[in-house]
Every structure is written in C-alpha cells, then in structure tokens.
Design a protein around this ligand. Sequence first.
Ligand SMILES: *Cc1c(COP(=O)(O)O)cnc(C)c1O
Length: 381
Amino acid sequence: MPPVNAPYRPEGLLARPLHARVDASAVAHNLARLRAALPDSDAPRLWATVKADAYGHGLARVLPALRDADGLAVLHLDEARACRQLGWNGPVLIYGGLYSPADTLLLDTPDLHLVITHAAQLQWLAQSPARERPAIWLRFAGDIHHTGFCADDYRAAFEQARQLAARGLVGEIGHLNHYARADEADGVGQADAYFREVVRGLPGPVSTSNSAAVLGHAGLAAGTQWVRPGLALYGASPFADRSAAQLALRPAMSLHSQVVGIQRVRAGAGVGYSGAFVAPATMDVGIVTCGYADGYPRHAPTGTPVMVAGVRTRLLGRVSMDMMAVDLDPIPQAAIGSPVTLWGADGPPVEEVAMAAGTIAAQLLTGLSARVPVALAGATR
Ligand SMILES: *Cc1c(COP(=O)(O)O)cnc(C)c1O
C-alpha cells in the first residue's frame, strides 16, 4: 500500500489509526462490470462520473483505473482542468455548465462537453472569447426538475444552439436527460417516453443513464450514445433492495480504525452524549477513534453495523466528534488496538451504514473529511 498523498504515512506510523483505503483495482473492475451491462451491438460510450473528487475517492487515485473510460464527467470547469493536469486528454463533460459569462475564459482546452441548462448560457457562448469550441449537451428538465429546459422551451433552445453551431461557435449538440427515480423498478418508463417525445427528430447524440439506469434498466441505454455512471464505479449499489455484491460490484473505499479504549459499563448506565444508550446489563463497550468530524454520520443510531476484529457488531449511543462506542459483547477477545472497519470490503457495506443513518452511500463517500488520511491500494499503474 504505497502512500499517495500527505498526510498518509505507512500504517503503524499513523499518529491516529483512523484512515481510509482506496482500492483502484475495484474501480477498474466496476468499470468493466458496467460496460458488460451495456448492449452488445452499438454499445453507448461511457462517461465515468468523477465529480466531487471522484465521489470522495480522490481523482488522482482513481484516474489510472479509469483509462478505459471514453470520457470523464465532472461538475465544473475547474474540475475539468484538474483532469487535464492529471494527464487525461480525452473528452470531459461538465454537468454544471457555465455559471457566468467569465466561465467561457476557462474553455481553454479541446474536447470539452458543456451541459447547457438555460438559454443565457448560449448567449454567453455566442460572445465567448475562447478559441476552443466545446460540444454542448442540452439538458432536459425531465422528471427531476433541477436544471434544464422544460418541454415547451427545449426546441427553441435547440434552434438557438443550432445557430451557434452554424457560426462555428460550438461543436456537436447533444441531448441529456437525468432521471429522478432510476433506482425504482418502474421509475423510468414514463420519464423516458416524455424525453424521447421532446427530442424526437432532432439530430445529435443522446445520453440518459446513470448507474441505476445502466444496472437496473438495461434496455434504456440502447439507442443512446453515452451513459454516465458514477456511484457504481466506486462499488456502491444504487438500489435499496440489491447489494453491491449481488450486482458484482466491488467497494473501492474502506474506512479503518482501532479500538482505543474499553469501558465496563454497569446495567442502567448511559454511554455517550445525553446517555442515548443505556446498558441493559453489565457490558464491555469499545471506544473507536472515528467521529462526525471525520465524516462518519452523527445521526447513525444504536445498531448501525461496524466490524471489530473481524466480527460484526453495532454502534452504541451518539456518535461524537472524534469517537464512537461499540458493543463488544460478541467480541470477548477485543483489546485496545483491535482493528475496526467502519465500512468497506472487509466490513459492513457503506450502503448499510448509510441506510441505518437515514442517508445514502454517496453522501458518506463524498463526506469523508480532510483530516482522514487516505492510502491507495490496488494501484493499476
Ligand atoms: C452525478 C450525475 C450522474 C452520475 O449519477 P450516479 O447515480 O452516481 O451514477 C449522472 N448524470 C448527472 C447529470 C449527474 O449529475
């Protein structure tokens, strides 16, 4: 496990045992797994979504594992530049588009693909001083209604874009949709029909599928030119009712710590702030150095799964800033220094921890805080 970035130091020399590991070979595996889910003939190309620093895994760490992607998708233009600085010369799709006319100054590298979410952005492009001409993707507001053109405005936007293209100010014009309910069994049918109706007859490539759509609605990608998975690349399941293992995905991030204290707690005594857990009988409680300032969810309740010395046990009481308590009843052999896995390949899946805490895997993965050192495993280069 070679260190990749300060402040990681080889294990054992860590001042504090809490650290994350990112397994790049898992990302390469998941990319191949997603490709295998695409239609055989006329398979769409694949944008690997690496926004939010590759969902918290670190763009620099995972980029070598994504060499086989056809493009990278990021949120904003600074991230696109980071991809270039790391040596990525392929296409980069920018989900957030332009936030102001000045953003056009950042269009200084070839093969950028800008998602256009409102008409003013097209005017900014018309006045852009940049020499590079980005491809553009018109975003349909779809059934998620976050950004993009509604059905009534879509064709006018396309006409405006076409005029820019005719003047050589932008490249190809594509059509992009994003589903609100792709994680549900019947979540995309209507939304897809609506989108198809709106873009019917318009030339240009189409992109609709995120992780849940690629893995859960296999037919959808057929007849589209690009897919845009993110979460599944990092080995988390986008579905509440199917695990990553069932989907043949491998988790790329694991979070590790140690038991740093053991408390014998008498029946009726409280554990943690506000005594949220009360011992029903005398019991041993392990104190683990990992808290909400590390990105572990504070609202994870008693019962949230955690692995101690290879045995699955549960969180007890409130998570505090730097530590949490765990039930050592199933692990009589536990001692100070016993290894703990908060989530990941050899611990509970991050999806399970997230679900217990009332959130989703992507929030935990992207929420790992800067004070947690990260080690790279399974380097592909
Ligand atoms: C983040 C994002 C994706 C990737 O979604 P996942 O659910 O992580 O696969 C795809 N498309 C758009 C527009 C996004 O913002």
